[in-house]
Structures are given as structure tokens and as C-alpha cells.
Design a protein around this ligand. Structure first.
Ligand code: NDP
Length: 281
């Protein structure tokens, strides 16, 4: 039986699935096949980015899949080197041409690049692209409260989504709470901690045993119960299916607290990917 993924409402009236499919590192013919298999498994949101150099692969997979375009959602992201208003407008158009799509469902600023300090212009370009119908919803990734507040102050509009690094070793409680209190949906990137040590964690393995689930399923259920949307990536059909099978069990409060307690101050997968200092090319 195919899983029906619950949806989360955005402040602009649109919705996104509580789980989407990440595509970083997936490209070419084999990549297109992985994305088609993810759609077959039941994923309805595909997350790509200009930076991943696979928007073409995503577009190809969508055209070759059994799902009509309008039943799918596609996210892409604006890279740092194209934040200046005119460049941003052109990059969004180029992003669509690469994928051979008429619109993106969600378009995000990939990194704030605070030193460059052009993210307000980039945001105004996203607002314009939305008015033109090139994108349906607009948001950001890796924005700290100070960046969000500047957008609000200078443009009057907050992003619908803030996609941030979030997994049990980096639970982002403060940023999550900020997003929630401002009606911004949090989307978790690297929700499985990039498939690293986290999946070997002993307590998570015990919880998996208790619930007759896998560690990945326990982690993805934790994201869901936190109220965040996750976008796990897997190139393998059986894992794509496994990751989706989380809507038939529940973690209790104590289990949720235990998983959240694994967070560490230096829990980022790559320490240099700190939005306060990182400048994306
Ligand atoms: P994930 O946390 O999704 O982990 C992916 C890794 O976990 C892969 O190596 C995958 O291997 C493995 N994996 C997946 N499912 C399972 C499973 N059930 N059991 C064991 N291993 C598993 O990391 P990502 O960094 O890919 O993050 C997800 C998505 O987030 C990205 O693909 C991208 O779309 C987005 N992202 C956004 C960023 C941003 O700045 N906005 C930054 C980074 C990512 P395999 O493929 O072999 O199954």
C-alpha cells in the first residue's frame, strides 16, 4: 500500500508534504532513475538547487515519471553569486529552463551570505518571480532570526519556509521556535545526519528495536512530531520506501525528549556550514 504523506500549511495558503525527497548528489541518467523510483515510492516534493547541477535531471525524471507535473512539487534554490536583483531574476529563469519547467512550487534563497549582504535584493527578486507566476511559494534556507527580521523590516514579508540543518545531533530548538512563532515552516535538511554516525547511535537503535522500526524511521518520525518537514535523500528504492513508512506509529513525550537531548553545540555535519559566517559561491 502506498503511503499518503500528510501536508503542512504555509502562511501563503499553499501546502507542502511533511516529507519530500532530497536530491543532492543525485544526477545523470542514474539520478533520474532514482528520482523516478522516489516518485513511485510516493514522494511528491522533490528538492533540488541551482548549486546541485541536477535541475535538468529532476525535470527529466518528472517528465518520465507516471505522475502528472501538477501532482508534484518541485523546490529549487538561488545560489549566493546571483543575489543581486537582476542576476537573481535571470537565475530563476535559467533554473526553470534547466529543468524545462514552467514554474517551481517553492523557490528558496540557498544561503544568506551576510558578508555579501544582498539577500534583501534576492528576496525582492523572489517576490517578483512569484508575482510573475514563475514560482508559487518563496522561502529561504539557513536564515538566522537576524536575517529574517531584516527581510520583514525591509520588505514587509517573511519567508513561507526556512530550510535548515536539523537532525538529532543538531536539533535547532531556538531557530525552530523562532520560525514557529512567526508562522514560518521549518524544513529539515540532512534530516538523517547525512547517513553518518547518527544511524549507529545506541539509544536510537534501542528505540528502533522497541518500535519494530529502523533507526532512520525513528529519526524521521521525530522530525514529523516536531512539526518540521523533512527531505531525506536515498538513491535506493527500498530505503526511499522505508523512510516514508513513518506515519503508522508514535513516539511518546519521553522518547521525543530523549532524541532531542542528543543535540550538541558543535553538532553540525560540517562545522564551516554556519550561516553566520558561510558565504556560498
Ligand atoms: P540525509 O540526512 O538525507 O542523508 C542521506 C544519506 O543517508 C545518504 O548517504 C543515504 O544513502 C543515507 N540513507 C538514506 N536513507 C537511509 C536509510 N533508511 N538507512 C540508511 N542510510 C540511509 O542527507 P542529505 O545531506 O542528502 O540531506 C537531504 C537533502 O537536504 C539533500 O539531498 C538536499 O536536497 C537538502 N540539503 C539542503 C541544504 C541547504 O543548504 N538547503 C544543505 C544540504 C542538503 P543512500 O543514498 O545510499 O541510500
Amino acid at each position: 500500500m502506498k503511503t499518503t504523506i500528510p501536508t503542512i500549511k504555509l502562511h501563503d495558503g499553499n501546502t507542502i508534504p511533511a516529507m519530500g525527497f532530497g536530491t543532492s548528489g543525485i544526477s545523470g541518467a542514474q539520478g533520474a532513475q532514482s528520482i523516478i523510483s522516489a516518485i513511485d515510492a510516493g514522494y511528491r516534493l522533490i528538492d533540488t538547487a541551482y548549486m546541485y547541477e541536477n535541475e535538468g535531471t529532476v525535470g527529466k525524471a518528472i517528465r518520465n515519471s507516471s505522475m502528472p507535473r501538477e501532482k508534484l512539487q518541485v523546490t529549487s534554490k538561488l545560489p549566493g553569486r546571483h543575489h543581486a536583483y537582476n542576476k537573481a531574476i535571470t537565475a530563476i529563469q535559467e533554473s526553470l529552463y534547466r529543468a524545462n519547467l514552467d514554474y517551481y512550487d517553492l523557490y528558496l534563497i540557498h544561503w544568506p551570505n551576510p558578508k555579501q549582504d544582498l539577500y534583501v535584493e534576492a528576496w525582492q527578486a523572489l517576490q517578483e518571480a512569484k508575482r510573475w507566476g514563475l514560482v508559487r511559494s518563496i522561502g529561504v534556507c539557513n536564515f538566522l532570526p537576524e536575517h529574517m527580521e531584516k527581510l520583514k523590516l525591509e520588505t514587509g514579508e517573511l519567508p513561507a519556509v526556512n530550510q535548515i540543518e536539523l537532525h538529532p545531533y543538531f536539533n535547532q530548538e531556538e531557530q525552530r521556535n523562532w520560525n514557529k512563532s512567526h508562522d514560518v515552516v521549518t524544513q529539515s535538511w540532512s534530516p538523517l545526519g547525512f547517513g553518518g554516525d547518527l544511524l549507529q547511535n545506541e539509544s536510537l537503535n534501542e528505540l528502533a528495536h522497541t518500535h519494530h522500526k529502523s533507526v532512520s524511521q525513528i529519526i524521521l518520525r521525530w522530525h514529523y512530531q516536531l512539526g518540521t518537514a523533512s527531505i531525506p535523500k536515498s538513491s535506493k528504492f527500498y530505503r526511499q520506501q522505508e523512510n516514508l513508512a513513518i506515519f503508522d506509529f508514535e513516539l511518546n513525550d519521553e522518547e521525543m525528549k530523549t532524541i532531542s537531548s542528543f543535540t550538541k553545540e558543535d553538532g553540525r555535519i560540517r562545522s564551516f556550514l554556519n550561516p553566520a559566517t558561510f558565504e556560498e559561491e
